[in-house]
Unconditional design. Structure first.
Length: 115
């Protein structure tokens, strides 16, 4: 079973930036499209964006389009989420996972956007 470890969260200022990382164990990471998801207090987990196996294709939720960028380094088994122009509504716990048939969820990383 692949283990996912998210990191890089913290307190961000409105209009500021944060970069999240998600490291995956196991040799098959590069075989799968990966996604970022988030869950705000009292809300369902929601899709943020995805990146294809090679990294050549991405898609984003309308709420983050133009502000967030997903990338990956298959040699490091890591996927990244660059978050720019942060808004208070981006406050959530952020998770990564395989798009199809998710693995067990990691602990996530908390992002809080506040002045």
């Amino acid at each position: 079973q692949v283990q996912l470890v998210e990191s890089g969260g913290g307190l961000g200022q409105p209009g500021g930036s944060l970069r999240l990382s998600c490291a995956a164990s196991g040799p098959t990471f590069s075989s799968y499209a990966m996604g970022w998801f988030r869950q705000a207090p009292g809300k369902e987990r929601e899709f943020v964006g995805h990146i294809s196996r090679s990294g050549g294709s991405t898609s984003y939720a309308d709420s983050v389009k133009g502000r967030f960028t997903i990338s990956r380094d298959n040699a490091k088994n890591t996927v990244y989420l660059q978050m720019n122009s942060l808004k208070p509504e981006d406050t959530a716990v952020y998770y990564c996972n395989r798009i199809v048939t998710p693995w067990s969820w990691g602990q996530g990383t908390q992002v809080t956007v506040s002045s």
